[in-house]
Design a protein around this ligand. Structure first.
Ligand SMILES: C[S@@+](CC[C@H](N)C(=O)[O-])C[C@H]1O[C@@H](n2cnc3c(N)ncnc32)[C@H](O)[C@@H]1O
Length: 301
């Protein structure tokens, strides 16, 4: 069963209040949205955005009985246009970003997100886009591959892995997640005892590819550029991240943007009970801030 991460903590920080407008920018299977709708109790609006068609359909089924729920297949960067289409000028309640991919992405071999199951090198959340993991692995130059593996995977073996990818693809295209995982694994041949690995050696490269395919970090940065002006004080911005690269962007934005008052001094993390019942929650970090009025901004000067 699908379990939304840090559910009660997120809803409390969003301060869900009937009558207000909320946006779930990463709808997923609708776990957080369902609870927002329950708390709205028919008053106010919930807008849900999801770029993955299959996942959106599941959320639609889950939320179909709510008339105050508006769902869109889109990238969250399209939020300004979505609000215009609904004739909504400002978000009065709050916004949620529950970043990254869905557990469904990892569990479906044909989507190519997991090195644990054989599938095509795809990794697109939005299957309308052209860039796939296959194109990156088989077309990027060696230094470009090394750069993304280092930057988005934080893997110190990035150069070695990039070299090995180039060497192997000279024999013919690298087609599957399994082939790629084996190529990466072979870069660690000097370590013979598998128990020495804390994580599978392919973990970081697969993370890097996913981030590059879906422009995950660029999207967050761009989103933070326009979201302040869409929020009416005292609405709230909540962000759940799953790795340090995402969290760093959220942390810096929420700390340094003078239009927001941070509500979480330190990130909220899942309890040990939540991690036990949902191991995927283990790396989650939740941060929240409140949009402040312009007058308060001037007072602080
Ligand atoms: C961690 S899941 C969200 C889970 C959700 N909160 C729930 O309770 O089911 C993140 C979702 O956001 C979607 N997503 C990621 N980046 C997106 C973007 N830029 N625009 C729209 N959807 C995005 C992914 O496809 C994925 O389904």
């Amino acid at each position: 069963m699908h379990k939304p991460v840090l559910l009660n903590e997120t809803l409390d920080l969003l301060n869900v209040t009937p009558g207000k407008v909320y946006v779930d920018c990463t709808l997923g299977l609708g776990g957080h949205s369902l609870e927002i709708l329950k708390r709205l109790d028919g008053n106010g609006k919930l807008i849900g955005i999801e770029q993955d068609e299959t996942i959106l359909e599941q959320a639609r089924n889950k939320l179909s009985k709510y008339e105050n729920c508006y769902l869109f297949r889109a990238n969250f960067l399209e939020l300004p246009e979505i609000l215009k289409s609904l004739k909504i000028e400002k978000i009065t309640g709050g916004v949620l970003l529950d970043l990254g991919v869905n557990s469904l992405h990892f569990d479906t071999a044909e989507r190519g997100f997991s090195f644990k199951a054989k599938g095509p090198l795809d990794m697109r959340m939005d299957n309308r886009q052209e860039l796939t993991a296959y194109k990156i692995i088989n077309n990027y130059k060696e230094h470009e591959l090394a750069d993304i593996i280092y930057k988005f995977g934080e893997d110190r073996n990035s150069r070695k892995i990039a070299k090995s990818i180039i060497h192997n693809r000279a024999k013919g295209p690298i087609e599957t997640t399994e082939e790629l995982a084996n190529i990466i694994f072979s870069c660690y041949h000097h370590i013979t005892n598998r128990s020495h690995f804390k994580i599978h050696p392919a973990t970081k490269t697969f993370q890097a590819l996913r981030i590059e395919v879906n422009k995950e970090l660029e999207n967050i940065e761009e989103f933070f550029c326009f979201i302040p002006e869409l929020l009416l004080p005292p609405s709230r911005l909540t962000v759940i991240s799953f790795h340090s690269l995402e969290d760093r962007i959220a942390k810096n934005f929420l700390k340094n943007n003078r239009e927001f008052r941070p509500i979480t001094k330190k990130p909220v993390i899942p309890s040990s009970e939540e991690i036990k019942s949902n191991p995927r929650a283990r790396s989650a970090k939740l941060r929240a801030a409140e949009k402040i009025k312009n007058e308060s901004l001037f007072k602080n000067n």
